[in-house]
Design a protein around this ligand. Structure first.
Ligand code: BES
Ligand code: ZN
Ligand code: ZN
Length: 490
């Protein structure tokens, strides 16, 4: 999408739609609004058709330019946050897009910090208007698409414009991650995803190293190899590094990248198995984070690690009862080949610790149990270090992505004890499955301060809107904005 900033009056441009904001307390803001767009909003308010609450949008259809004038509600003036503004802008953009607007201009409110409002409206519009149409060949003319966004403000200084530029980078990185998530596994094998990582790294002048099957074998990454062994599409371990000169800290971000999860020999039931193309959402988020780090020139060294494999049943597949030797030296008893994410992450997390990071985060669509616990609303958050966990919580608060902490008390180690190996890849039936998986990962992070996010419930959406994702747009890019916020504040 074409994104620009202007100080020109919103009603002088040639946009299809103008978006203004208001509050639910009938204040002087309303009088000001009435002066500019007439009395219809006031009438709508009097008729209780529009109150100005958060996410409410009033749209007036007109004969001349702009064809649509929208007023988006922000709720109570004193309670305004960038997150609420982001949502309101997104709501208005999606509505106007559906009504046929191709170009919109948005005038953010003056209440918050200039840079914050520029960023929030840009993110809201770009995220809410995301579409995945790569595979559509028919009825393309019927697809309504937003083509341009102009952010309008008469606030002087670089503030709003700088926010618009930042918001644009961030939202585009989220949408790049969403494109990867939505791509079907036939077109995104471990090899192809690794190539895509290399291409993105090159574009942003980042270091990228790919280990293929032979190199993984030579170097002893037998956990990731075991999971990938049943597929003709061989596994890969990818490391992408962003290392600015002024960096004082190193943060490692690790992603589960199962390009398709059939369950393997412990085969999944057929219903909704197609969703398992999203089982690489963690890896996609990591690539989005690196894109942001590079383009926003964040002053931290970031090591991105992607553990990529396709989990298939076949004559060569790994089997329940197998014992796998990980790169760390620890052994894993495979009780269920469908708990493959944690096995791949055992090698990927250990690999990341060899870069001696000050902190490590990982993103993984790891357990169905986290969906039972938190639904499609929040990611499960666990860790071995309260400071790392608190940093994630704070960043999530700012990005609007929800996380909820679950404990990793030592007592849960009993659940993953193995009689024959160092650790077993399954907990006990119907017993804290998300925590069991977290406890398992903890065995492979050494003493690095670490936080794990189980994003199985929040990585994609089909039935209803989620975050800034519309129904049916698939991947949400969960985690990209969260980690970017975290990196910006370290
Ligand atoms: N990728 C799945 C987890 C998942 C399930 C994500 C549903 C999103 C929606 C993971 O590899 C898996 O299959 N986990 C098993 C673990 C179990 C066998 C211990 C699960 O959650 O059922
Ligand atoms: Zn699985
Ligand atoms: Zn999986």
């Amino acid at each position: 999408m074409d994104v620009s900033f202007t100080t020109q009056d919103i009603f002088t441009g040639k946009h299809d739609a103008a978006v203004l904001f208001t509050y639910n307390d009938r204040s002087e803001a309303e009088t000001r609004l009435e002066k500019r767009i007439g009395k219809n909003v006031r009438i709508a308010r009097e008729r209780k058709e529009f109150k100005g609450d958060g996410k409410e949008v009033f749209v007036e259809i007109r004969a001349d330019t702009p064809r649509f004038v929208a007023v988006a509600g922000l709720g109570k003036k004193d309670d305004l946050t960038p997150a609420l503004l982001r949502e309101a802008a997104g709501e208005a953009a999606a509505r106007l897009r559906d009504m046929g607007a191709k170009s919109i201009a948005v005038e953010p409110p003056k209440e918050l910090d200039a840079q914050a409002v520029g960023q929030a409206v840009t993110e809201g519009v770009l995220l809410a208007s995301y579409q995945f149409t790569k595979y559509k060949t028919q009825k393309l003319d019927d697809i309504k698409r937003l083509e341009s966004l102009t952010v309008v403000s008469d606030r002087t200084g670089v503030g709003v414009k700088k926010g618009v530029d930042t918001g644009r980078v961030i939202a585009e990185s989220v949408n790049v991650a969403r494109d990867l998530q939505n791509t079907p596994s036939q077109d995104l094998t471990p090899e192809l995803l690794a190539n895509e990582a290399a291409r993105m790294a090159k574009q942003d002048r980042l270091k990228c190293r790919i280990l293929d099957r032979k190199q993984l074998e030579k170097q002893g990454y037998h956990a990731i190899l075991a999971v990938g062994r049943g597929s003709v599409n061989e596994p890969r371990l990818v490391t992408v590094e962003y290392a600015p000169k002024n960096a004082k800290r190193t943060i490692a971000v690790v992603g589960k990248g199962i390009t398709f999860d059939t369950g393997g020999i412990s085969l999944k039931p057929g219903q909704k198995m197609s969703d398992m193309k999203f089982d690489m959402s963690g890896a996609a988020a990591v690539l989005g984070v690196l894109r942001n780090a590079a383009r926003l020139k964040l002053p931290v060294r970031v090591i991105g690690v992607l553990g990529l494999a396709e989990n298939m049943p076949s004559g060569t597949a790994y089997k329940p009862g197998d014992i796998v030797k990980t790169k760390s030296g620890k052994t894993i008893e495979v009780d269920n080949t469908d708990a493959e994410g944690r096995i791949v992450l055992a090698d990927a997390l250990y690999h990341a610790t060899t870069f001696k990071p000050d902190m490590m985060l990982n993103f993984a669509t790891l357990t169905g149990a986290v969906i039972v616990a938190l639904g499609d609303v929040a990611a499960g958050l666990m860790g071995n270090d309260e400071d790392a966990v608190a940093k994630v919580r704070d960043a999530a608060e700012r990005s609007g992505e929800r996380v909820w902490q679950l404990p990793l008390w030592d007592i849960y180690e009993r659940d993953i004890e193995s009689q024959v190996a160092d650790v077993r890849n399954m907990g006990l039936p119907r017993m804290a499955g998300t925590i069991a998986a977290g406890m398992f990962l903890k065995q492979f992070v050494q003493d690095v301060p670490w936080a794990h996010l189980d994003i199985a419930g929040v990585s994609w959406t089909d039935a209803r809107d989620n975050y800034f994702t519309r129904k049916g747009t698939g991947g949400t890019g969960f985690g990209v904005r969260l980690v970017t916020e975290l990196l910006r504040s370290t």
